[in-house]
Design a protein around this ligand. Structure first.
Ligand code: KIV
Length: 293
């Protein structure tokens, strides 16, 4: 299997160079990461942008959905990712109820992602209802990525994790929302689980880059949840995910081998043990003899 290494002359990706790459017609790559080690791997692979998604609530913390995720959870994981990634554009996902209650709260919480957690931008879900918040956050100098289609924070309103905008009326509404978000100042837009032909249409209609996740091949870029592509999330695999590895199977193998080797005495072996010089060992034994009753 061949892998292509990113160029040696890499520069930090900014929202500006992110947009420029799409404008040139080059496809954008984005993956999630929630910890230092994964951020390092994703960054080294040359991925353009790392999303610290609130999907961490499900794949890292084991919640049923993303609703329980807090600002503190997000900032904790964003800080770890920022320590691991040097080049990728870092986007922090605003958790449920950190931007919906008031515009002031939205701006304050968005600011924390940049000020405390080393992110370059934030992402939030929703269309026209979030336009005022987007405008205010962007007005504070914070780049915002929008997110339309299947918006997981609205799982109860949507009636489950299901594909969106398959009917004309819903597709028109999504297209209007996309235009509103662009006009409000978003630098990019995630489109999740919508028909491929709608993904293409929205991408053609907007100047800002679209990033698809289950939105077809004609978006300006693609994003997936890293745990999904590595086979690290066992509960379900959405139709739009392609698995590139089965790391759960690899973890099972490694952990079982460890247990077997400890139980059978194979581990630790000579090379895993610390030696003590003979002189010191003899001195210790003499001391013990002199001090035993
Ligand atoms: O939270 C997340 O990981 C996301 C992506 C699925 C786009 O929002």
């Amino acid at each position: 299997m061949s892998t292509s290494a990113p160029s040696q002359t890499r520069k930090k990706i900014t929202t500006r160079t992110f947009r420029q790459k799409a404008a040139k017609g080059d496809r954008l790559t984005m993956l999630t990461a929630y910890d230092y080690a994964t951020a390092l791997a994703v960054d080294r692979a040359g991925i353009d942008s790392i999303l610290v998604g609130d999907s961490l609530g499900m794949v890292m913390l084991g919640y049923e959905n993303t609703l329980p995720v807090t600002m503190e959870d997000m900032l904790h994981h964003c800080k770890a990712v920022a320590r691991g990634a040097k080049y990728a554009l870092l986007i922090g996902d605003m958790p449920f109820m950190s931007y919906q209650a008031s515009v002031e709260e939205a701006v304050r919480n968005a600011g924390r992602f940049l000020k405390e957690a080393g992110m370059d931008a934030v992402k939030l879900e929703g269309g026209r209802d979030r336009a005022e918040a987007v405008r205010a956050i962007v007005g504070s100098g914070i780049p915002v990525q929008g997110h339309l289609g299947l918006t997981p924070q609205s799982v109860h309103q949507l009636g489950g994790f299901r594909a969106q905008a398959k009917e004309a009326a819903a597709a028109i509404r999504l297209l209007e929302d996309a235009r509103i978000l662009e006009e409000a100042g978003c630098f990019s837009l995630v489109l999740e689980s919508i028909p491929a032909r709608l993904g293409q249409l929205v991408s053609e209609q907007l100047d800002i880059p679209t990033i698809g996740i289950g939105a077809g091949p004609d978006c300006d870029g693609q994003v997936l949840v890293t745990h999904d592509i590595l086979g690290l999330f066992d509960r379900f695999t959405p139709k739009f995910v392609k698995r590139y590895a089965d790391l759960h199977a690899e973890m099972d193998r490694a952990i079982s081998s460890y247990r077997e080797e400890v139980e059978s005495g194979v581990f630790p072996a000579q090379e895993h043990t610390v030696e003590m010089p003979d002189d010191d060992w003899e001195a210790l034994k003499q001391w013990l003899n002199g001090n035993s009753d």
